[in-house]
Design a protein around this ligand. Sequence first.
Ligand SMILES: C[S@@+](CC[C@H](N)C(=O)[O-])C[C@H]1O[C@@H](n2cnc3c(N)ncnc32)[C@H](O)[C@@H]1O
Length: 466
Amino acid sequence: MAEKGQYIYEWPRPMVTTDAIVFCTGKTTGSVLMIKRGRQPNKGMWAFPGGFLELGEELVDSAKRELQEETGLSGVELEQMQTFGGIGRDPRGRLLTVSFIGFVDEELEVKGGDDAEEARWFDINDLPENIAFDHDMIMRIALEKLKQRQNDFAMIDSLNWAYRTSRVLQIANRIGVFDALSGKALSSVQVADQCKSVPDLTEKLLIACTAMGLVTRKNGKYENSELSCKYLVKGKYLYQGNMVTHSTWVRGICDQLEKDISLQPLEDLETQQHYNFIMAMDNIAKASRGKFFLESIDLSDRKRLLDVGGGPGSYSIAACKKYKHLNAVVFDLKETTEIAKEVIASENLSDRITTTVGNWDVDEFGTGYDVVIMSNILHGIFDEASMKLRKAYNALEPGGILAVQEFLLDDKKDGPVVAALFNMMVGAFSQSELLDVITQAGFVDAKIVSVNESIGSDWATARRPK
Ligand SMILES: C[S@@+](CC[C@H](N)C(=O)[O-])C[C@H]1O[C@@H](n2cnc3c(N)ncnc32)[C@H](O)[C@@H]1O
């Protein structure tokens, strides 16, 4: 960069450019579009597409024009991000640049044009080292914006899950877990004995407390963590147990608020409960899990997919949108397939995704599939999982693959939090327990292929031998 006030060409007044920062958010990590500069200054270095604002042009139109001229990309919604005007940021003169940011779902084809020798997408974890002007600083700010955008679902998700962690703390406090563990290490059965609680539920509560950092687990015995020793054991100077009990009690006020706040009668939560549950699965698939599924499982050589207990069909839809040669069948109970049909039709995929009404307790799943998906239907009960997996095995052709999504505990059963909370409410396998049950059903090469702890999604795959 030029010294303050030192320029190669001296314009009498500052000039304005615009830059277009376009991220592709179709992958979990994301990628960004950059061009290789074909002219001096900074020839051969990578920059955001951009250039000089013309006299009769709005700022955003300038950014769109430059993007189109230098990369061939058009039709991207751009939003003003920030103005950069550091003295010496461009050796040609005093140049202010107004940056715009936009997002696309897939890495559309791009081609360098005009001032750009080349245009290409860079994974945000593998950016070029030779970045022109102050575009590395602009990149840092743009990456923060990308992170906020990628995390905005995580924010909603964690707010939605938050009451479960407070309930774990409140219930453990209420039944006296932290006092029982004061100064000693106990097994879950011994904790249940001291707290006069149900042993298997107590174990699930202790696993959740472990994931949340309230207790630790070593050699099958639980101990209070430093945090719990300090705040949750009766008699300690900083004891908070009364406050936690008070919060448990005032919870009723929040429930009352829900009853009082509306000026019209609220719909009973039981109404449309099943519809809401199935659409909830679609909500989370659309916001995060569908994308994670596509990144985890490669279906490029598969033709016939069976989605057992497929609910709204979200994973079949995601797969069929990506793989144009794929057809899918959603196997589910009648009332669910009615919903799935609507969702599939709304995506214009009824010609490639059909539904089969069936009950896994009594029906077989059919035959001739080269991939079976089982998303969130195994949930930690060995015999039931085993029965469903055996039917999946029979439905697959030799060499066919199985893809399973579950909330999985790690093998030490001390986390992650989302899986531990799910385990408390419904049930969850550890990673190795899931692989064992899959292997015992006859599958080979069972492995965990991806883990996303924050949304509580693990994908495992296995294969029916040839
Ligand atoms: C947790 S949802 C999972 C839905 C979908 N796989 C997903 O991950 O979005 C469980 C699904 O299993 C279906 N289901 C429950 N009992 C079933 C049974 N006995 N036979 C077939 N499907 C069943 C439900 O209708 C629901 O669609």
